[in-house]
Ligand binder design. Sequence first.
Ligand code: DGY
Length: 321
Amino acid sequence: MKPKVYITRKIPEQILEKISMVCDVRMWDKEDIPVPYEILEKEIVDIDGLFCLLTETIDHSLMSKATNLKIVANMAVGYNNIDITSATKHGIMVTNTPGVLTETTADLTFGLLMATARRLVEASDYLKNGDWKTWSPMKLTGQDVHGATLGIIGLGRIGEALARRAKGFNMEILYYNRSRKYEQEKELGITYTSFENLLKVSDFICIITPYTPETKHLIDTEQLSLMKKNAILINTARGGIVNEAALYNTLKNKGIFGAGLDVFEEEPVSLDHPLLTLPNVVTLPHIGSASKATRIKMADLAANNLILGLKGKRPQNLIND
Ligand code: DGY
């Protein structure tokens, strides 16, 4: 008998076929609507494997209902949507998809940094709204990226890929990480500094660290108050790392120059969220890894992890071993 698998969203056809070759598949067949929790609660009862996205909360209560579940394959590198402690207690393997999205996410992070620094969205709206009457000396002036100081919070794979991009713009690169990375310092020409110093001296601060209880509201009123007036904060990790109310107040009071946000504490962000009213905030709908090729690679890697786990083998990207 084939193992039973539930897939929580419509995934690329070729990946679905790959899983269906070896598993009995049920799928939430919608592209843009996440599976409701109550449905997942029913579906999880008899399955052996779950293929899910970061939009699903896989908590203790849900896993307690699963009698056969062996593996949860998350199609994301971040896995803060899954209660890992509970999964381990239940003997459920959890996997993620690191590596395949590194370069694509670094591209987006640098793109968002550029867009925020040079006010690209505001400038495009200005033109489309018919406000462009003449070339004007100081209109829509932003911040230079070349030669500026970049502070990277979290030097994992994506942080390193971001540093390589910043090198091309002749930026001075500082990083803060739980542990020092001596090899990368040499290879990339980057400098380790304290968290506080990074906040104080950087022109651009990019958050690329995992979301854990320790990083919740890592950037709050106090940290924002240390930043330079011309500083730009970029977050492509998880929204909860920044206290959004504190960020709003700081931006409104011109405490920093701007922010580029691909992620929010609540996603999708509510249209009446105060941050959306500010012209110096560039907002994106969590698209860091959203290139066609990368999303297919992520789905494929999640499928490989799922299948290996169901065959009783060790999945490539096991988190809770
Ligand atoms: C992840 O993988 O964690 C990103 O947030 C989405 O690609």
